[in-house]
Design a protein around this ligand. Structure first.
Ligand code: SF4
Ligand code: F3S
Length: 104
């Protein structure tokens, strides 16, 4: 499965949802997650994210986020169409230390 990680927080560009063939993205207030049971590992979302937030679960950068994606993808609503990025997305893009800002 592919995994959404910290770089998505406070950005939510949502280019990823537009390309996913199985619509397996789920949206929280300031972060998106992928449902690991639905993702077919096609990889098309990874290069689409302007914040480079998406990695395969085999990547070390995905490890701390695997459980978070699994958990919230069963709680948050499904998202299938691109919407506007968050207002300060460009400002927060590439900023480190956003993990604690995840809205649950
Ligand atoms: Fe969707 Fe493919 Fe990305 Fe999985 S890897 S979330 S199936 S676009
Ligand atoms: Fe987040 Fe990137 Fe998608 S910022 S909403 S993972 S395009």
């Amino acid at each position: 499965t592919y995994v959404v990680t910290e770089n998505c927080i406070r950005c939510k560009f949502t280019d990823c949802v537009e390309v996913c063939p199985v619509d397996c993205f789920y949206a929280g207030e300031n972060f998106l997650v992928i449902n690991p049971d639905e993702c077919i590992d096609c990889g098309v979302c990874e290069p689409e994210c302007p914040a480079e937030a998406i990695f395969p679960d085999s990547d070390n950068r995905a490890a701390p986020w695997i459980e978070i994606n699994a958990k919230y993808s069963t709680q948050w609503p499904n998202m299938t169409r691109k919407i506007d990025a968050m207002p300060d997305a460009e400002e927060w893009k590439d900023k480190p230390g956003k993990a604690a800002m995840l809205s649950e």
